[in-house]
Design a protein around this ligand. Sequence first.
Ligand code: SAH
Ligand code: SF4
Length: 437
Amino acid sequence: MGREPIVPRLGRPPRVHLWHIGCQMNDADHLQLAECFAEIGFIPDVALEDADIAVLISCAVRSNAEQKVYGKFKELIPWKKARPGRAIALTGCMAVEHGSALLQRMADLDYMFDVREPEGFFARLQSLHGGDVDGPVTMPASDRLLAYVPVMGGCNEMCTYCIVPFVRGRESSRSTAEIVGDVRRLVDRGVREITLLGQNVNSYRDPQTNTGLPELLAAVDAVPGLWRLRFLTSHPRNAVPQLFEAMRDLPTVCEQLHLPVQAGDDELLRRMRRVYSVAEYREKIAVARATVPDLALTTDIIVGFSGETEAEFEGTVQLLRDVEYDVVHIQAYSVRPGTAAARRPDDVPLAEKKRRLNHLLQIQRGIAGNRNRALLDRRVEVLVEGVAVDGRAYGRTRQGKVAWLPAGSARAGEMHVGRVAAANHWQLDLDTVSSAA
Ligand code: SAH
Ligand code: SF4
C-alpha cells in the first residue's frame, strides 16, 4: 500500500495507462488488469499523455529488467507533475520482491500491490474515484488475434539462480472449466491463437479432476473457432511422452516446444538444481522429435553461472550444436538476492559472460539459418498478424517462425498457406500464397 494521494474530482471516468515488461505472464496480467479496470468503470489502456493513472507491471528475473523499470518510473515523474491528481502504481514481481522498500526508493510512487491479490488496490481506487465513475465500461475494441491465458501460477522448482518461486509463490492450477471459459470468451472476441501459460506449465493439475496438461490441451483444442494452441514454459522434468502425443494428435496444437535446458553440463545442472542430466534431456528431445513431425524446438540458456568453467561451457556449446534448436534465448547470469546461488560467488567476469553469450549467439545463428533453409520449397501455414508499409503481410507459421507474404496477398486475421521461397536465420519469405481458412 502506498501513501494517501490527493485526488481531485475529474468529472469523468479516470483513464489508465498500463505498461509491462518481462515474461508472457506479465502480458497476461496486463490484459487481466485492463479488464478489472473496465469492470470498476475506469478506461483502460489509453496513451500515457491521456492518462490519469500509470500502472507499471514489473519484472525481477534479472537485474537489467529491474533497471528498465526504474528507468520507466523516472520518465513518469515529469508526466505525473504535469497535472495534479495523476498517480503511479507499481505491481508485478518487483513489488513482491522489494515490498515497501520501493516506496522509500521511489518517492513519487502512489500505489503498490501484489498482482495476485489486486482487490485492495481496486477497492481503494473505487473509494477515491467513486464520484467519477458511472458503472462498468466496455473494453476498448481489440483486434488481438493472439492471447495468453494463465493456467497456473507459481513454481515449485527451486532452481538455485531463480527468483520466480519467491515472487510468484507455490504452484496453483486453475480449473479446466475456468480456463476453457476464458478461451471461449477470447475466441468470441476474435482471438485465433491462444498460448497457455505457466512457469512450469507441464506440471499443470486440474484441482478437481487431477488431470494434467495433455487433457487440458484436449479440452481447449475442442473450443470451436480456435485455430492455434501453444503452451509455455515446459520443464524437462515433466516433459512426458503423453504430452508429445497430445501435440501430435490435437489439430490446433502447434508443432513448437519450448524446453529450457539452461546448461549442457551435468555438474553445472546440479549446481543449478535442474534435476535432470544432459543425457536425460537429450533423450526427452529424441522422443519428442520422434513423436511430433516437424517439431520446432526452442530453449533458454544461462551463461556465466557461478563457477562455470571453460569445460562446462564447452558442454553447452556441444549441446547446442547437437540438438540444433530453432531458437535459443541466451542470458548472462545475474545474481538475484535471496536465491540459493546468491550465497555462491558470481565469479565469471562480465566480459567473459559476454564472450560466452556472443559465442553461443554466433553458433546459433548458423544453426537457425540451416534449420530455416531446410524449409525451402516446403508449404507452410501462416496466421497473418499485420501488413507492413510496403504492403507485405507478415505472421507466424505453426512452428512459430516469422514469415512474410507477397504484397497485396493477405490481410490481418487471415490464414494462408505459402511456399518458402527464401529463408535466413530469423525469417522466411513465401510466394504462391493461397487461403487456408
Ligand atoms: N520457468 C521457466 C522460465 C523462468 S525465467 C524455466 O524453467 O525455464 C525465464 C528464463 O530467464 C529462464 O529460463 C532463465 O534462462 C532466465 N533466468 C532466470 N533467472 C536468471 C538469472 N538469475 N540470471 C540469468 N538468467 C536467468
Ligand atoms: Fe525458475 Fe526453475 Fe521455476 Fe523456471 S523452473 S521458474 S527457472 S525455479
